[in-house]
Ligand binder design. Structure first.
Ligand SMILES: Cc1cc2nc3c(=O)[nH]c(=O)nc-3n(C[C@H](O)[C@H](O)[C@H](O)COP(=O)(O)OP(=O)(O)OC[C@H]3O[C@@H](n4cnc5c(N)ncnc54)[C@H](O)[C@@H]3O)c2cc1C
Length: 391
């Protein structure tokens, strides 16, 4: 006998998940429902995340920080489990997923993969517990999509390093206890582990954002910040360092974007079933059903794609071009799903009483950070043709 059709899982993708995967998903979903969803509209409206440090500790307690890393207090989860967590967090809000992505996939990942044993022991356990928040400084005011041109400079002074420059649009910057900063040196681009109480370091918060309002975004100012010789990440030189961290974080976004899309889709279905016009629920009109059907198709195709990439990551065979494929498709489709959901909700679609507009505006940032649509098109274009069209 064939299984019954489940509207929440029309392709039966849950069959791909193990009991452990489902347990991780349920834990994160329950946490987000309890700790984020009741407050997120207010935080968004106020443009702040007042309990960020509490949330970070709680996320640490459920193993969500540096989740797929091993040792040093990290959970050692699979890539699929990490992806499921990202999806559930972003179904609550992209800002919460960003907090977790930057902590785990950018700051912790950089130290875990490229750091010295002492750097790992000093920072990773406290970061995994959410006691220390990390940020990742690559983007500069004049260098975004082209980080190879970054200007922040680290010069030698005796055995010390002295860092000067500015970083822009840095998630968690003002609340971070440690910043992983990428700077030019005489030997190429290097990563530095910078305690944020170092003299000369400051991180003014960027205000007036109309996207990711429940997320801290900052400038980093490095004004002759003096660091000891062992502040440099010893295991990598060149752009390969930051790019491999970004690839890990982008993988989480492939899943996360589908969380935002799922939240909007569910809001649209619920609204369409109950909102009546012309004497019947708007979900009974063919034009609305076409929207919902198309949204469901893209949503679950996107989740299937994320799952496939997760399995490749777990097998150690995931290519950066495949991550670009996933990020390009899933964020682009997620934003389209949110915009379509907005139309189903009519005027209510623009209200913070519903999650739709919040997710749609959040996804404008997600579309841009970790490589814009155009950058991922260029990555794929180069892979498909062998021709580099970046410059
Ligand atoms: C909320 C938020 C949080 C962020 N958090 C972080 C963080 O934690 N750490 C960090 O380092 N950065 C972070 N960023 C920065 C983000 O990674 C950059 O914004 C992104 O890389 C794009 O850079 P840019 O904004 O300077 O745009 P630009 O690079 O100036 O691009 C502008 C436009 O030109 C297009 N473009 C550029 N070059 C080409 C080309 N060759 N061909 C075709 N089109 C091109 C781009 O695709 C884009 O559409 C964050 C950004 C936001 C919005």
């Amino acid at each position: 006998m064939s299984a019954s059709f489940n509207p929440a899982d029309p392709l039966g993708l849950d069959d791909l998940l193990s009991p452990e995967d489902l347990a991780v998903r349920d834990t994160v979903r329950t946490w987000a429902a309890d700790r984020v969803l009741p407050h997120i509209a207010d935080w968004y409206e106020q443009g702040e995340l007042p309990v960020l440090r509490d949330l970070a500790r709680e996320l640490g307690a459920i193993g969500a920080l540096g989740m797929s890393l091993t040792g040093y207090g990290c959970a050692g989860a699979s890539a699929v489990q990490y992806g499921l967590a990202c999806l559930e967090l972003e179904a609550a809000d992209s800002g919460i997923r960003s907090l977790v992505s930057v902590q785990g996939s950018l700051a912790m990942y950089a130290i875990h993969r490229f750091g010295s044993e002492e750097q790992k022991r000093t920072w990773l356990p406290r970061m995994a517990a959410g006691e220390v928040i990390g940020c990742f400084g690559l983007t500069e005011p004049d260098h975004g999509s082209d980080p190879a041109s970054l200007r922040t400079y680290a010069k030698r002074d005796g055995s010390d390093w002295v860092l000067s420059g500015r970083k822009m649009w840095i998630t968690n910057g003002s609340v971070a206890g440690v910043a992983v900063v990428w700077a030019r040196t005489d030997d190429g681009i290097r990563g530095f582990v910078v305690p944020t109480d170092a003299p000369g370091f400051s991180a003014p918060e960027i205000k007036h954002k109309w996207s990711l309002r429940a997320s801290v975004t900052s400038e980093l100012v490095l004004d002759d910040v003096r660091l000891p010789a062992d502040a440099v990440l010893p295991e990598v030189t060149g752009l390969r360092g930051p790019l491999s961290c970004l690839s890990h974080a982008r993988y989480g976004i492939v899943w996360g974007a589908m969380g935002a899309a799922r939240s909007c889709f569910e809001a649209a279905v619920e609204y369409a079933r109950t909102r009546e016009q012309f004497g019947r629920p708007i979900g009974g009109f063919q034009l609305t059903q076409a929207k919902l059907a198309d949204m469901a198709v893209e949503l679950h195709k996107g989740i299937l794609l994320a799952h496939h990439l997760g399995r490749r990551m777990d097998a150690g065979s995931l290519r950066p071009e495949q991550v670009s494929f996933g990020k390009l498709n899933n964020v682009r489709e997620a934003i389209e799903i949110c915009r379509t959901a907005r139309t189903v909700l009519g005027a209510n679609g623009i209200s913070l009483e519903y999650p739709v507009m919040r997710h749609a505006t959040n996804l404008e940032s997600v579309l841009t950070y970790e490589g814009t649509v155009e950058m991922h098109q260029l990555v794929l274009g180069k892979a498909l043709t062998g021709l580099d069209a970046f410059r």
